[in-house]
Design a protein around this ligand. Structure first.
Ligand code: ADP
Ligand code: MG
Length: 241
C-alpha cells in the first residue's frame, strides 16, 4: 500500500478503497492519520483483534454496524478509532470548532464502563484537537457540566445523564451529530432504558452513522427501525480459544 502523507488527517474512505483494507492485520496498515497512529502506538496497540479487523474498514467507510464479539475482544477501539478519525477529519476540513456542537455521542449503560471507554478515547485521541467530555450521573455537579457541554465535540455518556442535558441544558445542540455509538448495545436496548433511549433518539438527526457493539448480536427488527439503521453490516466474531 502506498504510504499516506504524514500529518494528513484521514477520516472516511470510499467504497472503492474499502477492499484494500479488508485484509489488514495491523493498525499501521489502516488509513488512519499519523495522530491516531501515534495515539495507538503510545497505548501499545499494534495488531488488531478480530472484531477490529472485521469492523474498522466498514466503519471507516461510514457504514452502520452491528458488531458482536465476546467481552474482552477489543470492541472499544472498534468504535473509538472511527469516531476519532472522523471527528478529526471534520475539524480539519471544515474547521469545525466548539461552536459547531457535538459530532459524536457514545452511549454506555453504566458509569464505570463509560469512564473506562472515556480513558481509551483520551489515550487514542491524545494528539487530536477535539474536545471530549464524560457525562455520567453522580460524578460532578450537573450545573457546572451544563456550562461546558456545548463546547464538546464528543460526548461519552450514560443514557440518563445525556437525557438530562437534552432536557435542561440551554442551547444543547445535537443537530450536527455525525456518529452515534451504543456500547453494550443489547443492554442499552433493553427495557430498562427504553423510555430514555427513545427520548434521546427522537432528538437526534436521522442522517448519521450508527455503530452498535455488544457481546451478543442484536437482531430485533424493531430495534433496528427504532435506531433508523441504514443497511447495517452484521459482524459476529467468535474467536477460537
Ligand atoms: P470489550 O469491549 O470487547 O469487552 P475492550 O475494548 O474493553 O473489550 O478490550 C479488552 C482489553 O483488550 C483491554 O485491556 C484493551 O486494552 C485490550 N485491547 C484491545 N484491543 C487491543 C489490541 N488491538 N491489541 C492489544 N490489546 C488490545
Ligand atoms: Mg466493552
Amino acid at each position: 500500500l502506498p504510504p499516506l502523507p504524514s500529518g494528513a488527517p484521514v477520516g472516511r474512505i470510499d467504497d472503492n478503497t474499502f477492499s484494500r483494507y479488508a485484509g489488514c492485520k495491523k493498525f499501521d496498515q489502516m488509513p488512519l492519520s499519523k495522530k491516531t497512529k501515534d495515539g495507538l502506538k503510545g497505548s501499545k496497540f499494534s495488531k488488531m483483534t478480530d472484531i477490529q479487523k472485521a469492523s474498522l474498514p466498514h466503519a471507516l467507510c461510514g457504514r452502520d454496524i452491528l458488531g458482536a464479539a465476546k467481552t474482552g475482544s477489543g470492541k472499544t477501539l472498534a468504535f473509538v478509532i472511527p469516531v476519532s478519525a472522523y471527528i478529526l477529519e471534520k475539524l480539519y476540513k471544515i474547521r469545525w470548532g466548539p461552536e459547531d456542537g457535538v459530532g459524536s455521542i457514545i452511549i454506555s449503560p453504566t458509569r464505570e464502563l463509560a469512564s473506562q471507554l472515556f480513558d481509551v478515547l483520551k489515550s487514542v485521541g491524545k494528539h487530536h484537537g477535539f474536545s471530549a467530555g464524560l457525562l455520567i450521573g453522580g460524578r460532578k455537579d450537573v450545573d457546572t457540566e451544563k456550562e461546558h457541554v456545548n463546547d464538546l465535540n464528543i460526548l461519552v455518556c450514560t443514557p440518563g445523564r445525556l437525557l438530562q442535558h437534552m432536557d435542561e441544558t440551554p442551547n444543547f445542540d445535537c443537530s450536527q451529530l455525525q456518529v452515534l455509538v451504543l456500547d453494550e448495545a443489547d443492554r442499552i436496548l433493553d427495557v430498562g432504558f427504553k423510555k430514555a433511549l427513545n427520548a434521546i433518539i427522537s432528538q437526534l438527526p436521522k442522517q448519521r452513522q450508527t455503530l452498535l457493539f455488544s457481546a451478543t448480536q442484536t437482531k430485533s427488527v424493531q430495534d433496528l427501525a427504532r435506531l433508523s439503521l441504514k443497511d447495517p453490516e452484521y459482524l459476529s466474531v467468535h474467536e477460537e480459544a
